[in-house]
Design a protein around this ligand. Structure first.
Ligand SMILES: Nc1ncnc2c1ncn2[C@@H]1O[C@H](COP(=O)(O)OP(=O)(O)OP(=O)(O)O)[C@@H](O)[C@H]1O
Ligand SMILES: [Mg+2]
Length: 330
């Protein structure tokens, strides 16, 4: 395949949709699913969103992240989701989720497999509509994938385009953004690749990389879009234990360097504690938040020392008990 395939795929998507407005929204949402950061849909008035996210300014260098005037940076209000089931009956997956996150926080949602973590994250990312409730970002209700957010899919390797080099993969979402020159695109992609330690792999293809390196490419691609918030869905589930730890530390480093707000969903309780400021526990489906715990562990975190901290072990026991609780009977 050649790079022209991107255009062909895009045209095919356009052909299958209806009127012009819907066509543009659907294309952007689908691009975002295929390549997070690749399509941006805006609610009315979104031109007020910052072009350059505050997240690009490093912590500790005098830069300030934007603080919302009131409420949290991200707010979930009464999110419910039902999927259509067989025989016309719908299956409730999320029962009623309320949550608030502040700018610069690192939060993890933990829950058993099937609890609805991916469903919730896709709703937050504007990729899926809730049956009821709303998601607000800096006080504005989300009506599609917002520019400030990048969703990193559970199936990250599938989101890389195998016929494009690593550099071209990282550049891809920027090709669909107005006002970014080819030179700037290249510069941003190279900078993002340096940020994840992959400068040397720029001209290789995704299939020539290890799973951990592929995951780094998706992080670089997210960073090139200059988001202020990253949403990780089971980000490290298909790599070996050592690579997983390296990726966790890379994410922590990235979070600090770029002053990001991060929401991660995982079934790995240790990972949630190690990374986060707060951990919210989802019950089994139809899920709700049963408890939110502030980890209270000092930063910077260190794989061995943090995990050996008595507070870490205390949290671990408590959270395991909550996550493993059997489903409530209605
Ligand atoms: N498009 C869909 N249509 C119907 N049901 C769905 C759909 N997507 C997910 N579900 C159902 O919703 C429930 C929650 O799925 P989801 O993928 O959100 O869970 P999860 O917590 O991310 O699981 P895992 O930890 O295995 O990734 C599951 O029972 C799943 O079968
Ligand atoms: Mg999932």
């Amino acid at each position: 395949m050649t790079e022209g395939s991107d255009t062909i795929n895009k045209n095919a998507l356009i052909d299958r949709t209806g009127d012009r407005f819907r066509r543009s929204r659907e294309l952007k949402a689908r691009l975002q699913q295929l390549v997070p950061g690749g399509g941006h849909t805006y609610a009315k008035g979104d031109d007020q969103y910052p072009q350059l996210a505050p997240g690009l300014m490093a912590r500790g260098h005098g830069a300030q992240a934007v603080v919302p005037e009131s409420g949290g940076y991200l707010s979930l209000h009464g999110i419910r989701k039902e999927y259509p089931g067989s025989g016309g009956q719908s299956t409730p997956v999320l029962s009623s989720i309320d949550f608030e996150m502040q700018t610069g926080e690192f939060v993890a949602f933990v829950g058993a497999s099937g609890a609805g973590k991916t469903t919730l994250l896709k709703i937050i990312a504007g990729l899926l509509e809730p049956t009821a409730g709303r998601v607000q970002l800096q006080g504005r209700t989300i009506a599609g994938p917002p520019r400030e957010m990048v969703y990193l899919s559970q199936q990250y390797s599938k989101s890389l385009l195998p016929w494009r080099t690593v550099l071209k993969n990282v550049e891809f979402p920027l090709e669909h953004r107005a006002g970014i020159s080819r030179a700037e695109r290249r510069e941003r992609a190279q900078e993002a690749l340096r940020g994840v330690g992959l400068a040397e792999a720029a001209n290789r293809y995704p299939w020539q990389l290890s799973g951990g390196m592929q995951q780094r490419v998706t992080i670089a691609r997210a960073l090139a879009a200059r988001p202020s918030m990253l949403l990780f869905d089971e980000a490290f589930s298909s790599v070996d234990a050592l690579t997983r730890m390296e990726l966790q530390d890379l994410v922590l480093d990235t979070w600090q360097r770029y002053a990001l707000t991060i929401l991660l969903v995982t079934h790995d309780i240790d990972e949630a504690i190690y990374l986060s400021d707060r951990v919210a526990v989802l019950s089994r489906s139809p899920s709700r938040i049963v408890e939110t715990v502030t980890t209270g562990l000092s930063r910077p975190r260190a794989q061995i020392a943090t995990r050996a901290n008595p507070r870490f072990l205390e949290l671990r026991n408590h959270l395991y008990e909550l996550v493993c609780r059997p489903a409530e009977t209605p």
